[in-house]
Write a protein that binds this ligand. Structure first.
Ligand code: VGL
Ligand code: ZN
Length: 203
């Protein structure tokens, strides 16, 4: 079994002080650095939106952050402007040892469509290329951690399984946004799909 460790969206905007700060988000950095040292192959993802991205509430007259709207590809939560391409908020946390990564996958760069998952955009059809990359390099197992548990980590884990990879999520190296029970729901959906939820101590 050849394993890739994938750290999801450990970026300034998801850490305290950021535009879409996840409670205690910066706390994952130490654990993720330790995980990166432990695995031979490391991949990072980077949420990477144009300034007028349609997942931003600011692009929708009369809407507020965390509202839900219907997009052509399905339901979409609206977010505060975050992870704008080239901006400070889109940079990785400054303590993250990014030099350890062999690949950085950027996602969410098309104005019309959001991309939580590292594998597919939110239409569940448009690929990022990650599945092909992993397969061509002979990886069969992925270990995930990062931000946020209930959005980008969960969507990535579900797609990993859908693409035929076995998948573990290191729960104590993730933190959640937790909108209206989204953490409990994501946890349950991951378990049902066959994602193994584990902790650093029993990995
Ligand atoms: C994320 C909401 C919007 C995440 C990214 O990384 O979980 N959540 N963009
Ligand atoms: Zn985003």
């Amino acid at each position: 079994m050849t394993t890739a460790f994938i750290a999801i969206d450990v970026q300034n905007d998801f850490c305290p002080g950021g535009a879409l700060a996840v409670a205690d988000g910066g706390a994952v950095v130490g654990a993720i650095n330790a995980l990166m040292r432990r695995f031979d192959h490391v991949i990072l993802t980077q949420d990477w939106h144009p300034p007028d991205h349609l997942s931003f509430a600011s692009q929708h007259e009369g809407r507020a952050a965390f509202d839900n709207i219907a997009m052509p590809y399905g339901a979409q939560t609206l977010w505060p402007d975050h992870c704008v391409q080239g901006g400070h908020g889109a940079e990785f946390h400054k303590k993250l040892e990014i030099w350890r990564a062999e690949l950085i996958i950027r996602k969410g760069y098309r104005r019309e469509i959001d991309s939580y998952s590292a594998f597919f955009e939110n239409d569940h059809t448009t690929p990022t290329g990650l599945s092909g990359y992993l397969r061509e390099r002979g990886f069969s197992h992925v270990v995930l951690a990062g931000l946020a548990t209930d959005f980008c980590v969960a969507f990535s884990a579900l797609d990993a399984v859908r693409c035929g990879f076995t998948c573990q999520v290191v729960m104590d190296a993730t933190r959640a946004i937790d909108l209206d029970g989204s953490l409990a729901q994501a946890t349950q959906t991951m378990q049902k799909a066959g994602v193994e939820l584990c902790e650093v101590s029993n990995l």
